[in-house]
Design a protein around this ligand. Structure first.
Ligand SMILES: CC(C)(COP(=O)(O)OP(=O)(O)OC[C@H]1O[C@@H](n2cnc3c(N)ncnc32)[C@H](O)[C@@H]1OP(=O)(O)O)[C@@H](O)C(=O)NCCC(=O)NCCS
Length: 188
């Protein structure tokens, strides 16, 4: 355990562990195919907003304070970022729900120019590993009904459609609620 802690200290120098999640005992696969994965910090929010603007045609569905709440204030939430040459190119957010039993994916995006290289897939896998490590039984998420690209990604990563949520979004768009059961004996 001491060796693991030393390794983690070196990997996440400025990481401020969410105590209740015991994240200081959790190891991310921190470098894959030239992309580094680490827990997000407040300083990353500017880059995360730029990613949102890039993928949502200038819009920012999540503002600075939304991200700040989930990264700094809400102890039930965290983000992981993907970094290439010290530039954040993607992120995934998660939140513990249902009295700690489930993990809800709150947000996911990858800069357009870095898409289709498996970064979102790896970000999801990181959260799956982490959730299993934390003993969670289920992951949930909602996705726009017309976002077929994201739905395909989630299906490939073991999520199944649970139900439709009509007019879920402010603009009247429908959402699909998806779930993934976690089995600790299976690696995925
Ligand atoms: C959805 C999104 C996060 C996917 O990010 P991504 O990093 O491109 O995802 P991946 O690379 O893991 O997978 C995307 C595709 O690349 C393919 N791929 C994965 N690794 C690959 C590789 N090494 N080489 C070539 N293709 C690869 C996947 O098979 C997938 O193919 P498909 O789209 O035809 O099904 C990204 O498109 C995005 O930011 N969209 C806007 C925001 C959004 O919709 N977020 C989800 C909200 S719920």
């Amino acid at each position: 355990m001491k060796k693991l802690k030393t390794l983690l200290a070196a990997t996440f120098k400025e990481f401020n562990p969410r105590r209740y999640l015991k994240m200081d005992e959790i190891e991310l696969e921190n470098k894959q195919n030239g992309v580094a994965y680490r827990f997000a910090q407040r300083i990353d929010i500017v880059d995360m907003l730029a990613i949102e603007r890039d993928v949502y045609d200038g819009e920012v569905p999540w503002t600075f304070s939304h991200f700040e709440h989930e990264i700094v204030q809400n102890e039930n939430a965290f983000f992981i970022v993907a970094e290439i040459d010290q530039k954040v190119v993607g992120f995934i957010g998660a939140r513990v729900t249902d009295k700690g039993k489930k993990i809800h994916l709150s947000n996911l995006a990858v800069l357009k120019k870095n898409q289709n290289h498996g970064i979102a897939t790896t970000l999801i896998k990181q959260i799956v590993r982490l959730s299993k490590h934390l003993g969670k039984m289920q992951m949930t998420l909602e996705v726009r009904r017309d976002n077929t690209k994201a739905q395909g990604l989630y299906r490939r990563n073991g999520f199944q459609t649970e139900h439709l949520m009509p007019s879920y979004y402010e603009d009247g768009g429908d959402a699909i609620w998806m779930i993934k059961k976690l089995r600790n004996d299976v690696d995925d």
